[in-house]
Design a protein. Structure first.
Length: 146
């Protein structure tokens, strides 16, 4: 994929699927391309235990999620820079798909490159897809990498 995009948002979560998106974004970068990696920590998910009456302190879970988000962003930035591509990473908070799109808009990104499992049938129905949701609600072009 040789792309004219120079300002690219790439969501990362450390999965093999996300790494395919990272690899595609790096491989398609050209002189002047900037990659903006992001990971969205959805704090609402942490509160699910309270919804079923389970008492717990959510702070360690939030801190672990933030640490993981910083790590996967840093790994993606290091990989891009190793390949001569300008990159940065940011931890975001909120609902995942809208957070990715909001960040891409703030940056004025030309596109969002996101890895996808490309699930079909029942597994698609059960698991859903952040990539599918981003593609469905974004007015910024989305490159979904299977």
């Amino acid at each position: 994929m040789d792309t004219p995009f120079l300002n690219v948002t790439v969501p990362v979560d450390g999965s093999e699927t996300a790494l395919r998106g990272v690899a595609t974004a790096i491989a398609s970068a050209r002189t002047g391309t900037a990659l903006h990696f992001c990971n969205v920590v959805d704090i609402a998910v942490v509160g699910l235990g309270r919804g079923i009456g389970a008492p717990f302190d959510p702070l360690p879970i939030v801190e672990a999620s933030e640490d993981d988000a910083r790590r996967v962003c840093a790994e993606a930035v290091a990989l891009a820079e190793k390949n001569g591509v300008a990159a940065d990473g940011k931890v975001l908070y909120g609902a995942v798909a809208p957070g990715i799109i909001r960040y891409a808009k703030e940056l004025g990104s030309d596109t969002i490159v996101i890895g996808t499992h490309a699930r079909h049938g029942i597994s698609r129905l059960v698991f859903g897809s952040v990539a599918e949701c981003v593609s469905a609600i974004s007015d910024i072009p989305v490159v979904a990498v299977p």
